[in-house]
Design a protein around this ligand. Structure first.
Ligand SMILES: [Zn+2]
Length: 102
């Protein structure tokens, strides 16, 4: 079973009313976060931990798991958000920054 997380055929894996969250492939856990920075931090930490667990037992007992940042329920990637004409939500992205007057 594969899940299309990024790109034009992406599937929503989280909740559409949560701006930022971290989703874990495998247990299908969703952890809500308040900012992109917090979500990225948790995802990075979880991915390092999952890789470590997998290496420790050569993948014999630990299932493959990984974490991705979700924006409104979809796997976050600014290029994909832009391709849909959406605000990517990154505070350092000039076109999406709320300070830019339209
Ligand atoms: Zn942007």
């Amino acid at each position: 079973m594969t899940t299309q997380l990024f790109g034009p055929d992406r599937k929503r894996v989280g909740y559409e009313d949560q701006e930022w969250a971290v989703w874990v492939f495998g247990p299908d856990d969703v952890h809500q976060k308040t900012t992109l920075a917090e979500a990225l931090e948790l995802a990075a930490e979880l991915n390092a931990m999952f890789a470590e667990l997998h290496l420790r037992d050569s993948g014999k007992y630990s299932p493959v798991m990984y974490a991705v940042v979700l924006h409104w329920g979809y796997a976050w990637n600014s290029a994909v958000e832009h391709s849909f004409g959406l605000n990517c939500g990154h505070p350092d992205c000039p076109p999406c920054s709320p300070k830019v007057a339209s």
